[in-house]
Design a binder for this molecule. Structure first.
Ligand code: HEM
Length: 147
């Protein structure tokens, strides 16, 4: 990674493409959960976008790991890198909470009759947290170049 002129930037482009796919797919679902575009079924939207969010990790994690091994000792000592990893963990916990405690009741609040009321406060809270956490992860990733 360090010896080749083109390898690091090529891997970084893969990382960024993955980030675009991950954040794009997650943000679309989060905005729906916040109450936008109520005519669209949450279940149908989730079944369309979530496989793309999962696929994005196949681009992000190996590329992130490859960039990490090029500067491992600097990154381990960087508070920004540690914060970024903690935030990714927090995003995982938030997603797990959503899928175990909120999504199982989607059949009720996403039904034809209930849909116009919008998702429950618990779904909105998870969506708001998700947007905030992923934007912070992106900010930490970008700040790694400076701190
Ligand atoms: C899962 C979501 C992730 C997001 C949203 C994310 C976000 C970012 C962003 C926005 C950048 C800056 C790219 C640029 O400015 O060119 C970046 C760089 C980087 N990321 Fe990630 N990242 C993620 C996961 C990971 C993982 C899992 C690792 C390591 C195991 C990692 C390691 C790195 C490294 C080493 C850099 C390069 C910093 C540099 O060369 O300046 N990332 N990331």
């Amino acid at each position: 990674m360090r010896e080749s002129l083109w390898l690091y930037p090529a891997v970084e482009i893969v990382h960024i493409v993955g980030i675009g796919l991950l954040f794009g797919s997650i943000a679309i679902l989060d905005l729906r959960l916040l109450g936008f575009s109520k005519s669209i079924s949450v279940r149908r939207l989730a079944s369309h976008v979530l496989p793309w969010s999962a696929a994005a990790f196949l681009l992000i994690v190996p590329s992130g790991f490859m960039m990490f091994i090029a500067h491992a000792s600097d990154l381990i000592a960087s508070p920004v890198f540690v914060l970024k990893m903690c935030l990714i963990l927090a995003a995982g916990v938030n997603a797990a909470l959503f899928h175990t405690a909120v999504f199982p009741s989607v059949g009720v609040w996403d039904s034809e009759e209930m849909r116009k009321l919008g998702p429950p406060p618990s779904a909105r809270a998870c969506a708001a947290a998700s947007l905030l956490i992923w934007i912070s992860v992106i900010a930490c990733g970008r700040l790694l170049a400076y701190f």
